[in-house]
Design a protein around this ligand. Structure first.
Ligand code: KG4
Ligand code: ZN
Length: 334
């Protein structure tokens, strides 16, 4: 089956073509993304109205590019998988309406996919993964631990009580005047910094060891910058200290969940999975207990449509389709 994936839930418009015959096993023929960082940078964060307006401009060229790279015509496509939520409703609508138009005109099935399910199954694009496995999803909008029990069966063990980890990176980068998006800049700056240069308290949630909280670290950085020491602290030291705190606060609940479920394999996914320190430290922590870390390449960690295609593929392979009446849902639950 040739599946066209379409993703537009936030600020990236993406399309991909995958070929699959078995659920969870796919060949990615193309995966294209139109990134809007340059548009939102001036505002220090995503402006929803600008995101959806730009999707309207880029979505068709992105789909055309995905088809061209894959060497297929639109009429070759056997099914369409599109992100239905969660996300910004205006952004979601652009991709969803486009998918409906294509499905209707070709007379092919379309399925709506939960964006988080895409992140959870993204590691399968490159790795053979036996279920169940534990997955840590860390992005700009989400931070959560799930057991991937089967296709369509996901059990949430914990999630953030306030900010997502990526949001904390972006907000701290803004406080430090490092620009947007912040994760990559902080990651790079931290390489030359002293991780113990600034004392950043680690949050723990009483009675919920698999939950996360990142608003405290952000406040700690703001307080440090406003203090007398703030003016003389090397920004590399502050970045490295902040990053180490976030990494600690991601690793502890993940190890807790790995032990509680006896998981042998832990998948790391979402934009923050690009963080070099998180990858290294989580791999070490898991290996020390005889467990294995599986992390997708960076292009499949951040928002992309190949993950949406694979997450929709098991339903399309079963012959299922959603009605063309489905709506975009900003808070779609998994
Ligand atoms: O998954 P994603 O592309 O979009 C969402 O669904 O949110 O994730 C984007 C997030 C941003 O917050 C960005 O700052 C963060 O991922 N990010 C990183 C790194 N690269 C991207 N965070 C930490 N370290 C990185 N290297
Ligand atoms: Zn995402």
């Amino acid at each position: 089956m040739l599946i066209l994936g379409i993703e537009s839930s936030c600020d990236d418009a993406a399309a991909a073509v995958i070929e699959t015959a078995h659920p969870g096993r796919a060949r990615v023929l193309s995966s294209t993304v139109a990134n809007q960082d340059d548009i939102h940078r001036a505002y220090g964060g995503i402006v929803p109205e600008l995101a959806s307006r730009n999707h309207v401009i880029t979505i068709l060229p992105v789909i055309e590019r995905a088809l061209e790279t894959a060497g297929h015509a639109l009429s070759d496509i056997d099914g369409i998988a599109v992100t239905r939520g969660p996300g910004l409703v205006g952004s979601l609508l652009v991709g969803l309406m486009c998918a409906k138009g294509i499905a209707h005109s070709l007379g092919r099935p379309m399925v709506g996919v939960n964006h988080i399910e895409g992140h959870l199954l993204a590691p399968m694009l490159e790795h053979e993964l036996a279920m169940p496995y534990l997955a840590l999803v860390v992005s700009g909008g989400h931070t959560a631990l799930f057991v991937v029990e089967d296709f369509g069966r996901y059990c949430r063990l914990g999630s953030t009580r306030d900010d997502a980890a990526g949001e904390a990176f972006d907000k701290v980068a803004k406080l430090m005047g490092l620009g947007y998006p912040g994760g990559k800049v902080i990651d790079e700056l931290s390489r030359t910094g002293n991780r113990k240069g600034v004392r950043i308290p680690r949050a723990r949630i009483k009675g919920a060891p698999m939950d996360f909280s990142f608003s405290g670290v952000k406040t700690a950085v703001a307080a440090w910058l406003a203090s007398e020491m703030g003016a003389t602290t090397e920004s590399a030291d502050l970045a490295a200290s902040f990053q180490e705190a976030v990494v600690d606060m991601l690793i502890r609940p993940t190890m807790e969940a790995a032990r509680a479920t006896g998981a042998e394999t832990v998948a790391l996914t979402g934009g923050v999975a690009a963080n070099s320190r998180l990858r290294t430290r989580l791999a070490e922590a898991l290996e020390s207990e005889g467990r294995r870390l599986v992390a997708p390449s960076l292009k499949y960690c951040t928002d992309n449509a190949a993950m949406i295609a694979i997450a929709g593929s098991y339903r399309l392979l079963r012959g299922e389709a959603d009605s063309l009446d489905i709506d975009a849902q900003a808070n779609l639950a998994l």
